[in-house]
Ligand binder design. Sequence first.
Ligand code: ADP
Ligand code: MG
Length: 257
Amino acid sequence: MSELVIKNLQVNVADTEILKGVDLTIRKGEIHAIMGPNGTGKSTLAYALMGHPNYEVAGGEVIYKGENILELEPDERSHLGLYLAFQYPVAVPGVTVANFLRTAINAHRKAADQEDKGIPIPEFRKMLKERMDLLKMDHSFAGRYLNEGFSGGEKKRAEILQMATLSPEIAILDETDSGLDIDALRIVSEGVNALRGSDFGALVITHYQRILNYIHPDFVHVMLDGRVVESGGPELALKLEEQGYDWLREKYGQVVA
Ligand code: ADP
Ligand code: MG
């Protein structure tokens, strides 16, 4: 049983304590959503899990398949079966989406077996087409240069296609707080819904309260001031949609800036 266990995770950014002890367990087959107001540390959690150098782990551990992944390089985390959004360069001029994906798949195969000669092209083409159909994407997308002139939504699509082709056991997706929120959330949600099943788990990070209109998480968590303060089922997201975050701020103490 693959599960990602986050235990008392503390993370500093620029010498400021941002995550103050996050506990969370995500099992394969489960879809989790983390919600919370802006600035509460949601993206910090995603960056720390992917191993971004600016996010200094000050305490705690993240166990996956018997290893503390915080001690692994980002690519090693990926080879273990985790998908961490944004783990690859954002723009790769002159490289098509298809070539990029094939390189990523081959890196995974090589990590699992040094002797691997790479995925045969016909097999790759077939797989890519299947995944693009699953995600309802136009096949021409695969021939475009990765992220060159991509809209925000297209970048998200490339990311989701990458996730779908790497077939991770657990994916961590931060849909960021930029202006394209709703569009991005829709693309991410459709991808997660399409991949949903007993072999796939996900942690979807969003600040958008209407997440239930797009995705059907099994578990909903709320982050406030660097901690997960409340966890529940979809009804928690409904309550947040109706009542906002103020009741939580009162319950757990107003965050003083
Ligand atoms: P959220 O994703 O919940 O909106 P973030 O994790 O992006 O929150 O940010 C949490 C806090 O960490 C904020 O106060 C933010 O200003 C601070 N922070 C995040 N990244 C950096 C950074 N690179 N440098 C300085 N402060 C940062
Ligand atoms: Mg964020």
